[in-house]
Ligand binder design. Structure first.
Ligand code: ADP
Ligand code: MG
Length: 731
């Protein structure tokens, strides 16, 4: 009866690891082969053009049209040599993921009917006008002016995928508003560069530039393709909406860092070879905590490029998975009861003089600079804790943060005991002497001593959403399927705004007679006090923390539609507009899109859940129930009286339980459909999203609970959907 499930299980068991071999013995032979990197460019572009392009990249100077033409010609040559016949502006709409529309290089040389040539001009490289009316804009583009255009981002190199030259671009409306995730990110990088450089120059006047770095750790699940295909919920929503926990899941923690299963090991190798061709420096790979969950991470890089590489790697991961008979699950919580997937964003700032601003220094001066940045970041996170949470929140990520089995959705910062004690000492010290003192004396305060202490700093807190890990902060709340831009643009902007304020306050103090050192010291002391509520080194998953965080005034909201409101709070609007990262209009528009997206996901999940229960669960449970009924009547035909009662008792109990559960499920599905009909009439996107959260979502739990109970009692042979143990342990 449930042959599809068993066929899938059988096929999955038979699959063997693919044999993959490296394109060449040395990775460096083919690394970055498909990317128009500076060293490749040098072969296709003249020195002058290279210089002009470099200027545009480094200083943000607008490219001259004739330069763009030359770059386009060189780029086309290079791409065609790799087999490209098409080009596309590769952009990042508000829906997450990437969008592309491919155009061929061909054109008529002179006019219709004339000879065909391969053409790619500076104009085509620099700007395009995709038919963008179907991308969400949150009302920025009214229907009569649905135009938007994509504009080349020369700071992220073009690359060739299959037969197509991909040009990273921003996506903006005709009136100049950002319609994507890249444009605000670029603006945030520029403003954090300016603000941080100004602060650095108080310590070292040689600093000309500060770069934000990102190293993402990508978690994911792999599931056999056949099993995936027999689960409508996985296929359509990316997660299992029903399914009882497997008796064994991650209790033994035997999967974490264990030997990688052979089929998966082949996948990982293949994936790395592919990623290297695109210049993505994958460095680590390992099993994660949950069964069939894995992780990969590259060497960190400049934030904008790292974001693009992450988007590219996610699409490569999907493709390569197909080759190995797997499906890739990037959903934040594909399976209940076991760990979900995140994408830790390791973030730091560094100067063009080679100093990591979050790396404790060797001299007291360097350490004052380190502490200055650390404390300003804490201030930024403190002031914007609700906003940072909003920047990572989606219907999917809510299952990792804030939903019923997830840890609370509260942003706090973990520093570890050493750094915490340094801040505590600083806060209570009465003079700035300690910092300006020589190395030896400085020891009494611990400041000069930080580098040594940190070397063996092992206290790591896995429960903190924003943790200091020695030379960087790790923003761990970011979801596995997310475009990192949203989180990174918000963090950069918040830190930039904070650094600007810091510099202004310090300057004021200096103007009224304070020395630079003591002015900085005074402000830092003040900041340490103010930002204290954001510091939390305890267990972020505990219930006590929820209470404590509320007392501290941190944002504890768990409803996703409500969380988005943080984007348009007075504080956020001020922060984003003062830094020029997003306008108030853009913030409101983005929220419209977020609410709409949220509603759509819950809507889709509700429909799929309704379908699965009506088309799979209720029919199969009824079939089993009728089998039991049959058995009861047969027992009663053979036996009578007390004996018959006794022998048929178990069947009768099961029949009743099945009947009750089916009725509960059916009623819940009916009610859910009714409620959906009524809330669908709500026009306002915010109110509709709230209604979906408050009124529709609660039915999911009732339906799932009863369905999962049925899974425990119905004959396994009759169960049509692959079970957790099959999806999680066959590899
Ligand atoms: P872990 O699992 O211990 O956190 P991983 O090696 O999996 O560490 O990932 C750490 C990520 O952080 C890598 O991408 C690494 O390159 C990156 N990283 C290391 N130092 C910095 C830094 N200073 N700034 C930004 N990212 C960094
Ligand atoms: Mg990490």
């Amino acid at each position: 009866m449930s042959s599809l499930r068993f066929t899938a299980v059988e096929e999955a068991f038979k699959k063997k690891a693919l044999c993959v071999s490296a394109p060449s013995k040395f990775t460096t032979d083919y690394y970055g082969k498909y990317v128009f990197t500076k060293s490749i460019m040098a072969k296709y572009l003249s020195k002058d053009i290279m210089k002009a392009l470099n200027n545009a990249i480094e200083k943000g100077v607008t490219l001259d049209r004739s330069v763009a033409d030359d770059v386009a010609t060189g780029m086309k040559m290079w791409a065609m040599e790799l087999g490209a016949t098409h080009y596309t502006h590769w952009f990042q709409p508000l829906t997450d993921g990437t969008a592309e529309k491919h155009d061929s290089f061909i054109d008529y040389a002179a006019g219709p009917g004339e000879a065909i040539i391969e053409d790619f001009s500076g104009k085509l490289l620099a700007q395009q006008e995709p038919d963008a009316s179907s991308f969400p804009s949150g009302g920025i583009r009214s229907t009569f002016e649905a135009r938007g255009y994509t504009a080349w981002d020369p700071s992220s190199p073009a690359f060739v995928v299959d037969d197509t030259l991909c040009i990273p671009t921003i996506f903006i409306s005709y009136t100049g508003e950002s319609l994507d995730l890249k444009a605000p990110l670029l603006k945030s990088l520029s403003v954090v560069n300016k603000a941080a450089t100004a602060v650095c120059r108080m310590f070292d006047p040689n600093v000309k530039k500060v770069v934000a770095y990102l190293g993402w750790e990508q978690e994911y699940f792999l599931i056999d393709e056949g099993l995936y295909a027999t689960r409508p919920d996985l296929m359509l929503t990316g997660r299992t909406l029903i399914g009882h926990e497997s008796a064994k899941n991650q209790q033994m923690e035997d999967h974490y860092f264990g030997a990688v299963p052979t089929r998966v090991a082949a996948y990982m190798k293949d994936l790395e070879f592919e990623a290297y061709k695109f210049g993505i420096p994958l460095k680590t790979r390992h099993n994660e905590v949950a069964p069939n969950q894995f992780e990969l991470a590259p060497i960190f890089g400049e934030c904008n490029l790292a974001v693009d590489q992450n988007l590219l790697v996610m699409s490569i991961m999907k493709k390569v998975a197909r080759r190995h008979g797997f499906r890739l699950l990037l959903h934040e919580k594909p399976f209940a009861g076991i760990n979900g997937s995140g994408k830790h964003n390791n973030w730091s700032l560094g100067t063009d003089t080679g100093v990591g601003l979050l790396t404790p220094g060797k001299t007291p001066e360097e350490n004052l600079q380190f502490i200055t940045f650390l404390v300003n970041i804490l201030m930024a996170v403190y002031k914007n804790n609700a906003l940072l949470k909003a920047s990572i929140m989606t219907a999917q990520n809510a299952h990792r943060l804030g939903a019923n089995e997830a840890p609370p959705a509260i942003v706090s910062a973990f520093l570890g005991s050493q750094i915490s004690s340094v801040l505590d000492k600083l806060e209570n010290s009465t003079s700035d002497e300690a910092i300006v003192m020589g190395e030896k004396k400085g020891l009494s305060l611990g400041i000069a001593h930080i580098p040594e202490v940190l070397l063996d700093n092992t206290d790591r807190n896995r429960t903190s959403p924003f943790a200091f890990t020695g030379n960087r902060f790790e923003f761990r709340a970011v979801g596995s399927s997310a475009n990192c831009s949203s989180a990174m643009a918000t963090l950069n902007a918040a830190v930039a705004a904070q650094l600007i304020e810091f510099k202004a306050t310090v300057d004021e103090k200096i103007a009224s007679g304070a020395t630079v050192q003591s002015a900085i010291f005074e402000v830092i002391k003040e900041y340490i006090k103010i930002s204290k509520p954001i510091r939390f080194d305890g267990n972020g998953y505990s219930d006590e923390w929820k209470e404590e965080a509320a007392k501290r005034g941190l944002d504890c909201e768990t409803s996703v539609p409500e969380i988005y409101k943080a984007f348009t709070s007075e504080q956020s609007v001020k922060m984003f507009t003062s830094t020029g990262v997003l306008t108030e209009k853009e913030l409101h528009a983005r929220n419209e899109v977020k609410w709409e997206t949220y509603t759509k996901w819950i809507q889709i999940e509700a429909r799929v859940l309704g379908d699965i229960t009506m088309n799979h669960i209720i029919p199969l449970a009824t079939r089993y129930q009728s089998f039991l009924l049959d058995n009861v009547s047969k027992i009663k035909a053979v036996f009578s009286g007390e004996k018959a009662e006794k022998l048929s008792k178990m069947d009768s109990d099961l029949i009743v339980e099945i009947g009750e559960r089916i009725a509960t499920i059916k009623n819940a599905v009916d009610d859910m459909v009714d409620i959906r009909r009524s809330v669908n009439k709500i026009e306002d996107e915010y109110e509709k999203a709230v209604a979906y959260h408050d009124k529709v979502l609660p039915y999911f739990d009732i339906i799932r609970y009863n369905t999962d109970k049925l899974e425990l009692i119905v004959d396994d042979e009759m169960w049509t959907l692959p079970k957790y143990r099959e999806m999680l342990f066959i590899r």
